[in-house]
Design a binder for this molecule. Structure first.
Ligand code: NAD
Length: 484
């Protein structure tokens, strides 16, 4: 069992109180590196969620002014940085990602509190329109939308909630949060910090965990939650779209990806290979922005593949708590089996294994460590091109013309992240302009940052997180023509 001074209460948090499930039911949180139980969390359902919504609704009319809310964000930022090591340790244990990545994720989370603390005053200021029309001056106000329901995945246990809770509080919205059942402990630690260090009125922040279906159902059916921000799979996102119909809820959806990584024949191949390794194996390949399909110009296909394979063979797989480990375990057996299936499918359809182990040697019953794997001779009919693998697999696909790179890169209903590497900026930007992805790194495979809007096109989502647009997700615009 995990011991931590930030986990004094392994509970939900409703109306300023630490609470267990009404039913007394619990569910285990496991360490994916060794399968051992870290904690038992309450398995909450609809009734607890309804109470959390009621508490948040009651807190709404007395949300304090911008200055106080800014202080909450600044204090949370400072506390996260001060407690980086302990929060990172909890994150590493429940998710499995390497120690240094876990520490980096806490810093990343803090950067969202920092950005919204600094930008909220300007971001929320009313805008007086320049033109006097119909004998009126026109002012656009940004009003807090109300109680926000925030649902997060397991792959960034603190990064994903920071992107939501910081702008929600900045805008003046009380929140009801549902973390993923695989990784709730980091979130509980964040709540403990906010409970201890901020002078928050009751009901401003609420945490419920347990039954996804019941908690999600209550958030979606309540008329008192006008806005839902969800990060997770496209399938659940589509369900939320259907469920939002009755109360015409505003939805922010950050969904799945299938990122193309395009290497042109004039690219700096060493830099492209380093970027690919860093991007692909972060979180053991379990990130929405990680390269899923690697398109390499046929003139440099062999040279680039050799460079990547050499780097992959030097990576160390193991328990993320060991400081020299580069890649941890997959989060659960289902995640392992998906990678396994993708590799088996590709090999059966003619792909060649050039790094990693043959699938016959691997089994999720033994452990959840999947070796970083590279396959060549990949074609688009293979599962690893059709779906997000969400694991440490690099499939290499050759192309001959820029038109082919665009056509194949766009041959997916997803539209989240993409990357283009090549020295000729004009040529690369011509390709970028044709890619239907909300994020496109040019000569970098870096992911999102707090000051910039990030989000998906097509089946990858609706709305943006980060930047000014990320704040606007939590406000309603009210236009006031003034004829006086
Ligand atoms: P998931 O959709 O299974 O779960 C996400 C969250 O939704 C969890 O908290 C889960 O408990 C909850 N949930 C499940 N069913 C629900 C329901 N019926 N109603 C309400 N909530 C429900 O996704 P996951 O496996 O946790 O995360 C991986 C997915 O998230 C991948 O597809 C990945 O690409 C995506 N993701 C996207 C982004 C982005 O920014 N676009 C970021 C991270 C992850």
């Amino acid at each position: 069992m995990i011991e931590s001074y930030l986990l004094k209460n392994i509970s939900g948090y409703i109306d300023g109180q630490w609470v267990d499930a009404d039913s007394g039911r619990t569910v285990e949180v496991l360490n994916p590196a060794n399968g051992k139980t870290l904690a038992e969390i309450p398995y909450m359902a609809a009734d607890e969620t309804a109470r959390a919504i009621a508490a948040a609704k009651a807190a709404l009319p007395s949300m304090p002014d911008v200055a106080t809310r800014r202080e909450w964000l600044e204090d949370t930022r400072d506390a996260l940085i001060a407690e980086k090591e302990e929060i990172g340790r909890i994150l590493c244990l429940e998710h499995g990602k390497p120690w240094k990545e876990a520490q980096g994720e806490v810093e990343y989370a803090a950067s969202f509190f920092d950005y919204f603390a600094k930008s909220m005053e300007d971001g929320l200021a009313p805008e007086e329109l320049a033109d006097k029309v119909k004998d009126c001056t026109w002012t656009v106000y940004k009003r807090a939308i109300g109680v926000a329901g925030l649902i997060t995945p397991w792959n960034f246990p603190i990064g994903m909630i920071a992107k939501k809770i910081a702008p929600a509080i900045a805008a003046g919205c009380p929140v009801v949060i549902k973390p993923a059942t695989e990784t709730p402990l980091t979130m509980i630690a964040m709540f403990q910090i906010m409970h201890d260090r901020l002078d928050l009125p009751k009901g401003v922040i609420n945490l419920v965990m347990g039954s996804s279906k019941e908690i999600g159902g209550e958030l979606m059916s309540s008329p008192d939650v006008p806005m839902i921000s969800f990060t997770g799979s496209t399938g659940v996102g589509q369900l939320l779209i259907e469920q939002s119909r009755q109360h015409v809820k505003k939805l922010g959806l950050e969904l799945g990806g299938n990122a193309p990584f395009i290497v042109l024949d004039d690219a700096d191949l060493d830099s492209a290979a380093d970027n690919l390794i860093a991007n692909k194996f972060r979180g053991c390949g379990q990130t929405c922005v990680c390269a899923n399909r690697i398109f390499v110009h046929s003139n440099v296909y062999k040279e680039f593949t050799d460079k990547v394979v050499e780097k992959v063979k030097a990576l160390k797989v193991g328990d993320g708590m060991d400081e020299d480990v580069d890649i941890g375990p997959l989060v659960n057996a289902a995640g392992f089996d998906k990678v396994h299936d993708h590799v088996k499918d590709a090999l059966s359809k003619g792909a060649t294994l050039v790094a990693g182990k043959h699938p016959d040697e691997l089994d999720s019953d033994k452990n959840l460590f999947y070796p970083p794997t590279v396959i060549t001779d990949v074609t688009h009919d293979m599962l690893c091109c059709q779906e997000e693998t969400f694991g440490p697999l690099i499939p290499m696909i050759a192309f001959d013309t820029d038109e082919q790179a665009v056509q194949q890169g766009n041959d997916t209903e997803f539209g989240l992240a993409s990357y283009v590497f090549g020295k000729d900026a004009k040529r690369a930007h011509k390709i970028i302009a044709q890619l239907h992805f909300g994020h496109c790194g040019y000569n970098t495979a870096t992911g999102p940052a707090a000051h910039a809007p990030f989000g998906g096109m097509l089946h990858s989502g609706i709305g943006r997180e980060g930047g000014h647009d990320g704040l606007l997700e939590y406000v309603e615009l009210q236009t006031v023509p003034d004829g006086s």
